[in-house]
Write a protein that binds this ligand. Structure first.
Ligand SMILES: [Fe+2]
Length: 512
């Protein structure tokens, strides 16, 4: 089996140059390539994975159709043990359905657990680029450690997607994407690095076009083609600052807009049928199991949450906002809370990783004596946070919360009781920065040292763009915060701005 580096070297970018005999139309012109949006895989199981592509001959067609006819198109798929497809192990035919935006989702099984595979699609005479994927190890085994990378927040207009390319160069086993895959906004008034195609997303056509714009990016295509993803949405995948059934903007009506966004999300992500939305409803929370090494619980912190405490809209609230402590308020909803508790109680893995969107630790964001919390993060839903930390502590889990949303790297320790400075740490939180949101950034801001001093359980900050790279084993979780100094022009190298080790059995961050 080729090494990961050899695969990257051989492919360079995503596309292997294996397109055969370009097909011709009656007028002699070559038909357009239908695989302009690349390939992806996701949600691995022991010996299984979802394979994804979406056909689009004109990806930026303003009607969101990708230039495809209003008809279903048969698509063949292949999975091989080698990247030259001499050893094909599974193959079949499916339909790229017009009603699903000509997306293809193949739930492959029967592969070897903990195996590395290559896959591709064909329609007519066109072959897709080749993707690499990895299946989860057999339950209860440690045959494969977990190389997990995660990131969040890629805003087309504020930069180049170089962090995706750098993440792909590591060829991890799994990529968790923690929300804000795009921003729903129309063109920004100023400081635009890359102009967006289309206006603010309201309709299914709008969201399909926004996804297609992002998937036309070669750096993002590379990140999808190198490893399976486990994605969740945050707010901007639908609308800024939504909570349950409550939008930020009352117009247009929110539930049809949410239904359109969910439909496009499912179409464009390598998700299983179990995540397929029904109108404005979608069950996105789920667990990716990695043998006895780790369970990755992907949470939905938007669809079931109560409205933002004390102000009704996302923002800062004073410490005396009593509503944020109301035990009746929920971040996850009763069903997801019960599900997570059950998953933690019955987990047999060394690590329980919570992939989710918003800041979990308590965080005083206000310099000086005054205390201000964000009501968008778990500080606004403290009762639900206590249920989760109690479950982690009571069930003796090695809990690590993986977070996005805030456009900067942070790491800290989750206290059993944030009201007590001597309280024990029960888990660790790793917060990834953004791919491009917040633009080039700085390693450190003028208020950074004050924030860290006023929140002593928080140990690390970096304000550049990037991603987090981890290696999860039976003994420890090794963490590298990867940073890039610029995304305003292409090609930045990545550097490690912080390195930590979390040892199993000890919920503390140790500098590596
Ligand atoms: Fe964001």
């Amino acid at each position: 089996m080729p090494s990961r580096r050899a695969f990257m070297a051989a492919t360079g970018a995503v596309a292997l140059p294996v397109l055969i005999n370009a097909p011709a139309r009656a007028d002699g012109r070559r038909l357009a390539d239908p695989f302009t949006l690349g390939v992806a895989s996701g949600d691995p199981t022991p010996g299984g994975v979802v394979l994804w592509t979406r056909l689009a001959v004109d990806p930026l067609a303003l009607d969101g159709s990708g230039g495809m006819p209003d008809a279903d198109v048969p698509v063949q798929w292949q999975v091989a043990a080698d990247q030259s497809f001499r050893r094909v192990v599974r193959e079949g035919t499916t339909q790229a359905r017009a009603a699903a935006g000509h997306s293809v989702h193949v739930e492959v099984d029967g592969l070897a657990p903990g195996g590395e595979y290559f896959y591709r699609f064909r329609t007519g005479q066109d072959l897709s680029p080749v993707g690499r994927t990895v299946t989860a190890p057999r339950p209860g085994t440690r045959t494969r450690d977990l190389n997990l990378s995660f990131t969040s927040c890629s805003d087309w207009q504020t930069g180049y997607f170089t962090p995706y390319a750098r993440m792909a160069e590591d060829a991890p086993d799994l990529i968790a994407f923690l929300g804000d895959y795009f921003y729903e906004y129309g063109p920004y008034a100023s400081n635009v690095i890359r102009p967006v195609t289309g206006g603010e997303c309201f309709t299914l056509a709008d969201y399909r076009l926004r996804f297609a714009l992002h998937r036309s990016d070669p750096d993002l295509q590379q990140a999808h083609a190198i490893a399976p993803w486990a994605p969740v949405y945050d707010d901007h995948d639908i609308e800024n600052g939504w909570a349950g059934d409550i939008p930020e903007q009352p117009d247009p009506p929110f539930l049809p807009r949410r239904a359109a966004a969910f439909q496009a999300y499912w179409e464009n992500m390598p998700l299983r049928r179990a995540q397929r939305p029904t109108g404005p409803d979608m069950t996105l929370y789920r667990t990716i199991r990695w043998g006895a090494v780790a369970n990755l619980h992907m949470l939905d912190t938007h669809l079931y949450r109560d409205l933002y405490a004390c102000t009704g809209k996302p923002g800062m609230i004073p410490a005396d906002c009593a509503e944020r402590l109301d035990p009746k308020r929920t971040m996850l909803g009763a069903d997801q809370e019960a599900w997570l508790d059950s998953r933690l109680r019955t987990s047999g893995a060394t690590w329980d990783l919570l992939g989710q969107q918003v800041f979990f630790m308590q965080m005083d964001w206000k310099n000086g004596d005054a205390v201000e919390f964000s009501n968008e993060g778990w500080d606004g839903y403290a009762a639900t946070r206590t249920k989760v930390t109690d479950a982690i502590a009571n069930y003796r889990r090695n809990g690590v919360v993986l977070t996005g949303d805030v456009h900067s790297h942070w790491a800290g320790e989750v206290k059993r009781d944030f009201g007590d400075p001597d309280s024990e740490s029960v888990a660790v939180e790793l917060v990834t920065t953004s791919v491009t949101s917040a633009r080039d950034g700085l390693d450190k801001y003028p208020n950074t040292d004050i924030l860290l001093a006023e929140n002593p359980h928080v140990k690390f900050f970096n304000g550049r763009r990037g991603y987090v790279r981890t290696r999860v084993t039976a003994e420890a979780m090794h963490v590298d915060f990867r940073s890039l100094k610029y995304v305003s022009t292409p090609g930045a190298p990545a550097y490690t701005s912080g390195s930590y080790v979390i040892e199993a059995g000890s919920p503390h961050l140790k500098e590596a």
